[in-house]
Design a protein around this ligand. Structure first.
Ligand code: SF4
Length: 475
């Protein structure tokens, strides 16, 4: 077997994969969304049989994976700057006689710019897109054999989920909350978004595969799961009976898993809010009353230019129905200001929609062109100073609404999933149905339970309260 100097020897791809290898350090740097957080954990899973375990510092790692995100501005430059740092670390390790660090670039930048990465940073060993991380062990072996870089950015026919380890979801050991990807990719092609190009077409995991992973999570102690997908409410996984399940149907089955008391999902699209999902919010108490439903703009003209496929009033109507079904439902959303062609009138329509709906939380950004997306080439780009002003106005309103929502919690009783000890002695902490951190006095043995807490104070980023009942539920 030919190996590059000090490159750790790996099995050939045709060799049977060993179950245990000498311990090796793995350091994963994750940028971007929760989906990338989930993917990073699964990459660690597939590398575990090769002996890779987590290390805190890249200096101690035999492999470093940069799991990248292409959503924000200058994403590619950020990757190259980090790669430069990793190269120095690798050179120092080689100088010290240690194994040469394997450098891998994964995620959406890898998918979009794989060839560019290899030509600008030829010292990178592995480049893999979000759909191919199940091939990591084989890629490591190929890189060791060939002594050169290996790139995998195709959208494979097989689903990566079919190739992931099925042992007891070890990345969640000791965790009470976890992410679970159920759907990936997107066919909606919003004008500003790179996801359809980097994550590929919309696919859903079969129901049985999701349930199996959720059961393993629950058995390892997870009490709250967040189902992930770029279009999570477009979920249509194989139901094992020749049909496909909706998100509502999946949630119903997940809610029956012992121990899984709380279910959330993100990110949903307004176009895919159907009656079954609205009914699920009414009928299924495990579904948390906090919904992230991105609207992006309140102007029909801009929604059309964004190719969102719905109007502002259709969004209002979906929210009305959801609130009718679940009166304590709160909403968060995403907004983009300064999409090409956005006028003052369009922006005012966004402000009006925010006033009409009232959001508990929101993420808002200035539009910035993403290469290869339709909006990037559109005329009538909005000047930066105009975008700055609009964003500041919008964020002021959203902050006001968030503050009011948190203030309204004082005097209410909330069910809190206790997740950890608090900062002060005798204190424990957890999260409310609305993901607010809540601190209160109570015994440690309640960690992992859901308890009732009277909310008494509101601090900048958290709530304080008094334990009023140890419901002592497993969740
Ligand atoms: S629906 Fe979401 S993921 Fe799909 S293109 Fe639009 S913004 Fe991107």
């Amino acid at each position: 077997m030919t190996t590059t100097p000090n490159f750790p020897a790996m099995p050939a791809s045709s060799d049977p994969m060993p179950t245990v290898q000498a311990p090796r350090g793995l350091h994963v740097i994750t940028w971007g969304c929760q989906m990338n957080v989930y993917d990073s954990a699964r990459m660690a899973d597939v590398l575990r049989p090769l002996g890779y375990g987590p290390v805190e510092r890249p200096e101690d790692a035999d492999m470093v994976i940069l799991n990248t995100c292409h959503i924000r501005e200058r994403a590619t430059e950020k990757v190259f700057s980090e790669l430069g740092r990793l190269r120095k670390i690798r050179d120092e390790r080689i100088g010290n006689g240690q194994d040469r660090t394997i450098i891998a670039v994964a995620g959406c930048v890898a998918q979009a710019e794989g060839e560019v990465i290899l030509s600008r940073a030829p010292y990178v060993d592995l480049v893999l897109g979000p759909q191919t991380y199940h091939k990591l062990p084989e890629m490591v072996a190929r890189a060791a054999r060939a002594g050169g870089a290996v790139i995998e950015t195709d959208f494979p026919v097989e689903q990566k989920f079919d190739f992931l380890p099925t042992d007891a979801a070890p990345q969640t050991q000791g965790n009470l909350t976890a992410f679970l990807t159920i759907q990936e990719g997107c066919d909606k092609f919003c004008s500003f978004c790179v996801v359809p190009y980097t994550r590929g077409a919309e696919t859903s995991r079969p129901v049985a595969s999701v349930l199996a992973e959720a059961r393993r999570m629950a058995e390892s102690g997870v009490r709250e799961i967040t189902l992930l997908g770029q279009n999570v409410n477009a979920y249509h996984g194989d139901d094992g009976e020749g049909g496909s399940a909706t998100l509502a149907g999946l949630v119903e089955q997940l809610a029956q898993i012992p121990g899984l008391g709380r279910i959330r999902y993100m990110t949903s699209h307004p176009r895919d809010v159907d009656q079954s999902l609205i009914d699920a919010h009414r009928d299924n108490p495990a579904l948390m009353p906090f919904l992230h439903l991105p609207v992006q703009s309140g102007s029909d003209r801009i929604l059309k230019a964004m190719n969102r496929g719905h109007t502002a009033d259709e969004y209002r109507e979906s929210v009305r129905k959801l609130r009718e079904a679940r009166p304590d439902l709160a909403l968060s959303s995403d907004f983009i200001v300064g999409h090409p062609g956005e006028t003052e009138e369009d922006f005012e329509a966004t402000m009006q929609l925010v006033r009409d709906i009232g959001f508990a939380m929101a993420y808002s950004f200035k539009y910035s062109p993403r290469p290869g997306t339709p909006a990037a080439g559109q005329p009538m780009q909005v000047p930066e100073d105009v975008k700055d002003r609009r964003l500041a106005e919008l964020q002021a309103l959203l902050r006001e609404q968030q503050d009011a929502f948190n203030a309204d919690m004082v005097g209410t009783v909330q069910e809190i999933l206790v997740t950890n000890r608090g900062r002060k002695p005798g204190q424990i902490a957890g999260r409310s149905p609305y993901l607010q951190p809540v601190h209160f006095d109570g015994p440690d043995h309640l960690i992992g339970s859901t308890v009732k807490v009277a909310i008494t104070t509101r601090r900048t980023n958290s709530l304080g309260g008094t334990l009023i009942r140890e419901t002592a539920s497993a969740c």
